[in-house]
Design a protein around this ligand. Structure first.
Ligand SMILES: Cc1cc2nc3c(=O)[nH]c(=O)nc-3n(C[C@H](O)[C@H](O)[C@H](O)COP(=O)(O)O)c2cc1C
Length: 338
């Protein structure tokens, strides 16, 4: 039976039960992580199907000229929506890049009726409500091996491989991060693009309060505010994140279908980490600069294409990381058919 559903701005739309379930799922996906919190996706609900589109107006021309990180962000939103459906006991069929003439249509998600409600998706659905990118220094405690195994399994189930950086390879990650920072921070166009997205009081972008001045760390994280001290393991003395683990998401190919998979896997890894009480932050700067990405690829023995680095650790402070803003559902979700 059709029902009226209201959006953030009070617009009423008539929806079928399938359209309503899909709308709920894509609204839950508003919380997905995205490069610089650009939230570069649009959803259209059409009968029993939700269409996921890349929003090219939100692509970052300097940081992400090929749209890889935009597509990856959309993949994370897709995974969030799938988790939300599964947690409600709703199955779905996903068609990836279903129209060769319309490459910005990244996926369609068809409501496929009831399935058994499993504990796994429900745990991830709860994690969606509290997951944050946590850039603050981690505690001086090791991440349990069993939790790292679960992250690997989560990535594999979502379509990409997660490679944990071995202690003897950490220097490669330090070199890649330092090189990426040198190249990017030396580019005025990069600095201008970053500055335009680090801001308060908006529905998107990275609020400075969430940026966490990096200070000296084992591996430097992206410097959002231009105030960070450069690292690192070489400088001696006190460095933060000594117990952090670094992992690289790797895909076989390096095409849009692979980037969507990497985004789904990133979402799966971050939600699994949150569910296990761990903190994490993505680090795409290491794959934005080609020589840095090549260092990672060689370090891993050329097993595939590094799509993302994830920093994982035991949370260092009580309390959640600050919550970044999100766009309104009216700006992200079109129509609700049925
Ligand atoms: C593709 C992608 C790349 C990202 N790259 C970085 C990064 O290099 N450094 C960082 O600190 N956070 C990075 N993030 C995290 C985003 O900045 C973060 O998801 C966004 O600001 C929203 O915050 P939230 O994750 O707390 O919801 C990335 C996220 C995605 C999906």
């Amino acid at each position: 039976m059709a029902a009226i559903q209201y959006t953030d701005r009070g617009t009423g739309v008539r929806v079928s039960p399938a359209g309503r379930a899909l709308t709920d799922a894509v609204l839950a996906a508003l919380g997905a992580p995205s490069i610089l919190n650009t939230q570069p996706w649009r959803w259209r609900i059409d009968g029993d199907t939700a269409q996921l589109r890349a929003d090219r107006t939100r692509q970052l021309p300097v940081i992400d000229p090929d749209g890889r990180l935009l597509t990856l962000s959309c993949g994370a939103a897709l995974h969030h929506a799938r988790v939300a459906l599964a947690a409600e006991g709703i199955g779905c069929e996903v068609a990836y890049l279903p129209d060769a003439d319309d490459p910005d249509l990244l996926a369609t998600v068809r409501h496929a009726g009831p399935v058994e409600r499993a504990a796994g998706p429900q745990r991830l659905r709860r994690a969606m409500g509290i997951r944050r990118t946590d850039r603050r220094p981690f505690a001086d405690r090791d991440v349990p091996d069993a939790a790292l195994d679960r992250l690997r399994e989560a990535a594999a189930a979502a379509g990409a491989d997660l490679h944990l950086v071995r202690p003897q390879d950490l220097v490669g990650v330090v070199v890649a991060a330092g090189h990426a920072a040198d190249v990017e921070e030396g580019d005025p166009a990069y600095r201008a693009e970053l500055a335009a997205w680090v801001r308060d009081d908006d529905a998107d972008g990275v609020p400075p309060a969430t940026a966490a001045g990096s200070g000296p760390r084992t591996v430097p994280i992206r410097d959002f505010t231009g105030t960070a001290e450069r690292p690192s393991v070489y400088t001696g003395g006190e460095v933060a994140d000594r117990h952090a683990r670094y992992a690289v998401l790797v895909t076989r190919g390096d095409l849009p279908r692979d980037w969507i998979a990497a985004g789904e896997a990133l979402s799966a890894v971050l939600l699994t980490a949150t569910g296990d009480g761990l903190a994490a932050s993505p680090m795409s700067d290491l794959v934005e600069v080609e020589p840095a990405r090549t260092v990672l690829r060689r370090m891993l023995g050329d097993v595939g294409h590094p799509a993302m680095v994830v920093r994982v650790g035991v949370p260092g402070r009580a309390g959640a990381a600050p919550e970044p803003p999100r766009r309104s559902s009216d700006d992200v979700v079109d129509g609700a058919g049925g």
